[in-house]
Design a binder for this molecule. Structure first.
Ligand SMILES: C[S@@+](CC[C@H](N)C(=O)[O-])C[C@H]1O[C@@H](n2cnc3c(N)ncnc32)[C@H](O)[C@@H]1O
Length: 259
């Protein structure tokens, strides 16, 4: 078993997370209010292959140098951490990310979710549209023990498991998770990491912390599904909103570790 290779090896990553034209059209439509020429952040862009399909001035940001090296030439990329964005206040015309909350940035370290919201709120212009995919569940702790399996193109067997509940936060629940991928030749990779699953009200509070309001949720990547209240069984959702002039800072209660 290879450990972190899944989020480091661009060839493997592209097989597990291939972008498609439907996703590109979805984000393009949600970002149509971006003023011409304004920079749009792809927050945790991976190999930036989705960013390359958007007719926008995208800046792909990721902390993984190996994935960024595989980015298509026209996409501008920057190696940085979402907790310390290398942009000036109010300079970005929009932000998006496919599989954003699944990048683990929001659950890896206690307090990171709030720090990332504050950074996004700082760098976005007033009126900037935002479309970020987050894991969403009305009762996240009930996911414990659930697993998802799929066979991906090329015969890759994919298995995702929700394990122990690690902590309750102001926005939802952090669970231990594990991804396993096996190719037809029997080679296997895995990634074990904490995942921050949001409640709908938690996602709203997190976005409000970034100054993002007028929030609605879409089941990915379906423009027709936009709703203020996601259905009970909506696990993956793209949260869509607009950055306001003023951030709505919420008082964050201390995180509660589950023992
Ligand atoms: C599930 S991948 C999704 C990538 C891309 N949005 C896509 O659709 O292919 C999540 C990405 O977030 C990046 N990431 C996770 N935590 C990060 C952090 N704190 N700062 C910057 N990038 C981060 C990972 O390196 C990974 O490339």
């Amino acid at each position: 078993m290879n450990g972190r290779a899944l989020y480091v090896d661009p060839a493997l990553y592209s097989r597990v997370f291939p972008p498609d034209a439907g996703e590109a059209a979805f984000f393009t439509a949600l970002l149509k209010a971006v003023p011409p020429g304004a920079a749009v952040l792809d927050a945790g862009c991976g190999t930036a292959s989705l960013a390359a399909m958007l007719p926008l001035q995208v800046v792909g940001l990721d902390r993984c140098r190996e994935l960024l090296r595989a980015a298509p030439a026209p996409v501008q990329t920057v190696e940085a951490d979402l907790t310390a964005l290398p942009f000036r206040k109010g300079t970005l015309g929009g932000a998006f990310s496919r599989l954003f909350g699944y990048g683990y940035a929001l659950g890896e370290v206690p307090g990171w979710a709030a720090a990332i919201a504050e950074e996004l709120g700082r760098v976005l212009r007033p009126g900037a549209p935002v479309a970020l995919e987050v894991p969403l569940a009305h009762r996240p702790s009930r996911l414990q023990g659930i697993e998802e399996r799929a066979v991906l193109p090329g015969g890759l067997a994919y298995r995702f498991r929700y394990l122990d509940v690690l902590e309750e936060t102001a926005f939802g629940t952090v669970l231990a998770t594990r991804i396993e991928v096996r190719d037809p030749a029997g080679e296997e990779w895995h990634l074990a990491a904490p995942l921050h699953v949001y409640t709908p009200e938690g996602a709203r509070a997190w976005l409000a912390h970034a100054g993002i309001t007028e929030v609605r949720f879409h089941a990915p990547y379906d423009l027709a599904s936009g709703t203020a209240e996601p259905p009970e069984d909506c696990l993956r959702a793209v949260a869509v909103g607009v950055h306001q002039r003023k951030s709505v800072r919420i008082m964050l209660p201390a995180q509660r570790a589950i023992t």
